[in-house]
Design a protein around this ligand. Structure first.
Ligand code: ZN
Length: 260
């Protein structure tokens, strides 16, 4: 048996027995860990506040080899981010983000990158009203960590460049009609190569430019506000892209879509 101390952000809570909860949390050094928090459902113990989605706790754990659940010996609440749970839309976005992280394989060596991404996303989500932008930024960074960022430079079918040659930081799309993000090919189809498929979603030039800007970090320092149409198109296209990669639909996305 090994004792470890670590911070952890709760990404799933499940009722267990009469008063307990099973928490799944993301740690900076050990990937995702699941353990039983005694009194996680009881207000009396004060542990209920530590068993909420996206709270950050400091844990002392005892880990036995070859067991799935660790024993939580001590759990101290560090940050509760209650603004996220008081706003229904923020809560739905948080649920979507945590469902994505539950699907990711997170090896211990990459744990810190995922932890830092989640941590900064939660802080922004808690403070800011630009929820759709925060979610999109999270998705772009998650695609990078998973090593599946789409090719946004040239058409995956004909190889033609998607952009005009311009000087400066901001790119101009070559065509003024919609492109497509193709989830099965991992990139963009130019308007000449668009097809009908459940793996493709239309992206207007402005949406593509915003995507490129966020993915490359080009033009950072220049505040570009995406239009609502762009955010909506990108949300759908990136969702199809991610669910194709994971090979399944996400329950939380349906709720998110119905309420936005
Ligand atoms: Zn093409």
């Amino acid at each position: 048996m090994k004792i470890i101390e670590t911070d952890g952000i709760v990404i799933k809570t499940m009722d267990f027995k009469e008063n307990d909860s099973i928490l799944t949390f993301l740690t900076p050094d050990s990937g995702k860990i699941a353990g039983v928090l005694h009194g996680g459902k009881s207000a009396r113990t004060g542990n209920a506040a530590k068993a909420e989605l996206f709270v950050t706790n400091h844990f002392e754990l005892s880990v036995k080899p070859n067991t799935e659940l660790v024993r939580i010996r001590k759990c101290e609440l560090l940050e509760s981010y209650h603004h996220i749970r008081r706003n229904y839309s923020k809560f739905l976005h948080a649920s979507y983000i945590s469902e994505l992280l539950l699907l990711c394989e997170i090896p211990a060596v990459e744990s810190k990158d995922y932890y830092n991404l989640l941590h900064s996303t939660i802080i922004q989500l808690s403070k800011s009203a630009k929820i759709a932008e925060i979610k999109f930024e999270f998705e772009v960074q998650l695609l990078k960590l998973l090593g599946i960022s789409p090719n946004l430079e040239s058409c995956i079918q004909c190889g033609g460049s998607l952009w005009r040659n311009t000087s400066g930081n901001l790119l101009t799309a070559k065509f003024s009609v919609p492109y497509q993000l193709d989830a099965s090919q991992g990139g963009i189809r130019c308007p000449n190569c668009c097809i009908r498929s459940s793996f493709t979603n239309a992206l207007h030039p402005g949406s593509l430019a915003y995507f490129h800007n966020r993915q490359t970090g080009m033009g950072s320092g220049i505040e570009i506000s995406p239009t609502q149409i762009s955010l909506k198109e990108l949300a759908q296209a990136v969702y199809v892209y991610l669910s194709h990669f994971f090979g399944r639909n996400l329950k939380s996305y349906t709720l998110l879509k119905e309420n936005s």
